[in-house]
Ligand binder design. Sequence first.
Ligand SMILES: [Zn+2]
Length: 117
Amino acid sequence: MALIHCPECGQEISDKSRVCVHCGYPLVCGKIKITCDKIVGKHRISIMDAESGEVLGSLCGGELLQLNIKKETKIIVKYSMFLKTTATLPYDGSHTYEITSGAGGMGIVFREISTIV
Ligand SMILES: [Zn+2]
């Protein structure tokens, strides 16, 4: 266990804490990894926050995108103007997802491939 400084109040806390014990600030604990196959990843895929519309990151085939989320987050996985899918990223432990092309090369599929809680 290591000590880090809370980004909100600046006091020392464990790096394993989920919230700051001093001020209650929520600390990063949702670690999300997203990979993408080479077929669907010919084009850059954007991961957007479904509520705010903010782009959280993007990736092409063979790349690994890592996101740290502070709460359960609904996302839009956007492939093009017309091709997108939605998902909810859970806020507990580490989750790895994969983006693949759908059956018959139609659509995109966003699926979880591993969880470490
Ligand atoms: Zn704090």
